[in-house]
Ligand binder design. Structure first.
Ligand code: FE2
Length: 277
C-alpha cells in the first residue's frame, strides 16, 4: 500500500499525510452515526451539572470510558449559570473511547483492510486498537489541545503507539488543524499520564521544551485525508474560533509484542480484550 518514499518520509518526519484515503460516502456514514450518538446522549447522566465533588465524578466518567461510548462536552460549552451556550450537538468536544469495538459503523470504518495494510507497512506487526475518538472541534468553542505526545497516554516498552487521524472535513489554520514538529519524534518522551486506581496524574519524564511555532508546521488537509503519526511526535491543535467545525476521527494503535504499561489509564478486562484488525 505505501511506497518506499512514504515509509521513509514517515521514519524521517514522524508523520505521513495520505490524501483521499476515505471516500465522501464513508465519511458521511461515520458523521451520521456520530450525530445519532450525540442525539441519543442524555447530558443529565453525567455530573457536569452537579457542583458537588465535580472533579472526582468527571474523572470517573472519563476513567470508565475506555470500554464504552461516551460523550464529553467542550470546556466552554456552559455559561456561568451552567446552561449550554449553544445546542447540544454543537457543544460536544468528543465521543470516546471504544466505538471501534462497540459500534458496527465505527468498527467498519476503523477495521478497513486498507488501513490494516498501512499499519503493517508502518512496521506494526501485531496491531492492537486501544482507542477511538470522534473529535468535533466545534465552531466558536472548539477547545485547544496543547502540545503533547500520544505516547504519554499509551506507554509501551519500547514505544510503539501510532496515531491515525482521519479528517472528516477540511482542516486549516482557521478551524484548528493539527500542528506537528517534523522530526520531533526523535526527541525524548516528556510526560507520562499515569493511573493509580481511581486517580490519574501527569509525571514529568524529560525537561525538553515543547516546540514553538517557528519549528512547527500546520497540517492543512482536505476531508478524507489520513494523517499517520508516531506516538513520539509532538503535536497540538489551536482553538477553533471560526464558524466552521473541524470533525476528525482518531485511532491509537500499539504493537502487541511491546509491553503495554499497567499504569496507562486505558486498560481492558478479559470480558472485552483489546483486538487487532
Ligand atoms: Fe494527540
Amino acid at each position: 500500500m505505501l511506497t518506499q518514499d512514504q515509509k521513509h518520509g514517515f521514519d524521517r518526519d514522524g508523520y505521513l499525510v495520505i490524501e483521499d484515503f476515505k471516500s465522501a460516502a464513508e465519511i458521511a456514514t461515520l458523521r451520521d452515526r456520530a450525530a445519532a450518538i450525540v442525539e441519543a446522549f442524555d447530558p443529565t447522566e453525567i455530573s457536569i451539572f452537579s457542583t458537588n465533588d465535580q472533579t472526582r465524578t468527571s474523572d470517573d466518567y472519563f476513567l470508565d470510558s475506555g470500554d464504552k461510548i461516551r460523550c464529553f462536552f467542550e470546556e466552554e460549552a456552559f455559561d456561568g449559570t451552567g446552561r449550554l451556550r449553544q445546542a447540544k450537538k454543537l457543544s460536544i468536544n468528543k465521543i470516546g473511547h471504544a466505538m471501534h469495538d462497540l459500534d458496527p459503523v465505527f468498527d467498519r470504518f476503523s477495521r478497513d483492510p486498507r488501513l490494516g495494510e498501512v499499519v503493517g507497512d508502518l512496521g506494526i506487526a501485531e496491531p492492537r486498537l486501544w482507542q477511538s475518538m470522534y473529535i468535533f472541534k466545534q465552531p466558536g468553542i472548539g477547545g485547544e489541545v496543547r502540545w503533547h505526545q500520544d505516547a504519554t497516554f499509551f506507554h509501551t516498552e519500547p514505544s510503539t503507539v501510532t496515531g491515525f487521524w482521519f479528517a472528516l472535513e477540511n482542516a486549516d489554520r482557521s478551524n484548528g488543524c493539527l500542528w506537528v514538529e517534523p522530526g520531533g519524534h526523535r526527541g525524548p518522551l516528556r510526560e507520562r499520564f499515569v493511573r493509580d486506581g481511581r486517580k490519574v496524574s501527569v509525571e514529568k519524564v524529560a525537561p525538553t521544551p515543547w516546540p514553538t511555532d517557528s519549528t512547527a508546521v500546520p497540517l492543512e488537509v482536505r476531508g478524507g485525508t489520513l494523517v499517520c503519526f508516531s506516538g513520539m511526535l509532538p503535536h497540538y491543535s489551536a482553538p477553533n474560533r471560526s464558524t466552521t467545525s473541524r470533525h476528525a476521527y482518531t485511532l491509537h494503535i500499539t504493537d502487541a509484542w511491546a509491553k503495554y504499561s499497567p499504569r496507562n489509564w486505558l486498560q481492558r478486562g478479559p470480558e472485552m480484550p483489546v483486538r487487532g484488525f
